[in-house]
Design a protein around this ligand. Structure first.
Ligand code: NDP
Length: 241
């Protein structure tokens, strides 16, 4: 039987890119979304449609999903992975940074769900995998707005799972700890960035690799449809918090 369409947001780097490479090797047709289209196209993966989509643009996201479904058949999985992290000290952080995190990390996740959910419910089949974070369960210094967005992803995922489980649709949370990606690079406060590098050194310099998170996503997705892995929280063994 041919494999169903897998949609990955934020596939141009890090966890999304590693997941795209893994799922392409496993033979899934893919829709890859991000703002940096050349990075998606450079992956050069088979049976893959790449589209430049900002997850905050609900119409563009929906149009890309419909285009991919016309080509590959209905969406079987959405990996809602696109995210941004702008760490800051609350008294000093520009509110525009909170806005961006809320727009991408929360509204972007809801926009992805909106694009696929009705079809999954109608077909009584499908999986939504939301990439949250240990920041969706815990709190960390200088993470206030980011932690808020990831707690929102945890909460909305659990509530959605309750709502769609009678329709045989799975909702899975993947909650990684620190992972070696570009995520830390966009924080605008340099002393916080240096602090993260020092913290990484303090735990032996070993954090998760994106491929390890991709393996967890694969594990959850490839369980039979009657098994819903509700949440996987994973972090480097060295990460104490
Ligand atoms: P990266 O920065 O490497 O990747 C983030 C991805 O999100 C990129 O592909 C980026 O693509 C995409 N993205 C950002 N903004 C938008 C947007 N507006 N529209 C569409 N795509 C967007 O970081 P990670 O791989 O680490 O991040 C992936 C997810 O993992 C995030 O949700 C993050 O919060 C989560 N996470 C990461 C951890 C870590 O330590 N790295 C730990 C816990 C969770 P582009 O810029 O081309 O649009």
């Amino acid at each position: 039987m041919s494999k169903g369409l897998v949609i990955i947001t934020g596939a141009s780097s890090g966890i999304g890119e590693a997941t795209a490479r893994l799922f392409a090797r496993l033979g899934y047709p893919l829709l890859l979304l991000a703002r940096r289209l050349p990075r998606l196209e450079a992956l050069d993966l088979p049976d893959t449609l790449c589209r430049q989509v900002d997850v905050c643009d609900r119409d563009a996201l929906l149009a890309a999903v419909r285009e991919a479904e016309a080509k590959f058949g209905p969406a079987d999985a959405l990996i809602n992975n696109a995210g941004v992290m702008l760490l800051g000290d609350m008294p000093a952080q520009a509110p525009e940074e909170w806005d961006r995190m809320i727009d991408v990390n929360v509204k972007g996740v809801l926009n992805g769900i909106h694009a696929v959910l009705a079809g999954m419910v109608e077909r009584r089949h499908g999986t939504i995998i939301n990439v949250s974070s240990t920041s969706g369960r815990k709190t960390y210094p200088q993470h206030v707005a980011y932690v808020g967005t990831k707690h929102a992803v945890h909460a909305l995922s659990e509530n959605l799972r309750e709502e769609v489980s009678p329709h045989n649709v799975r909702v899975v949370l993947i909650a990684p700890g620190a992972c070696n990606t570009e995520l830390q690079t966009i924080t605008t406060n340099n002393s916080i960035k240096e602090g993260f590098a020092a913290w990484k050194d303090s735990i032996g310099g070993v954090i998760l690799q994106p491929q390890e998170v991709a393996d967890a996503i694969r594990f959850a997705y490839e369980m039979p449809q009657n098994v819903c892995i509700r949440e996987i929280m994973l972090a480097s063994t060295n990460q104490p918090v």
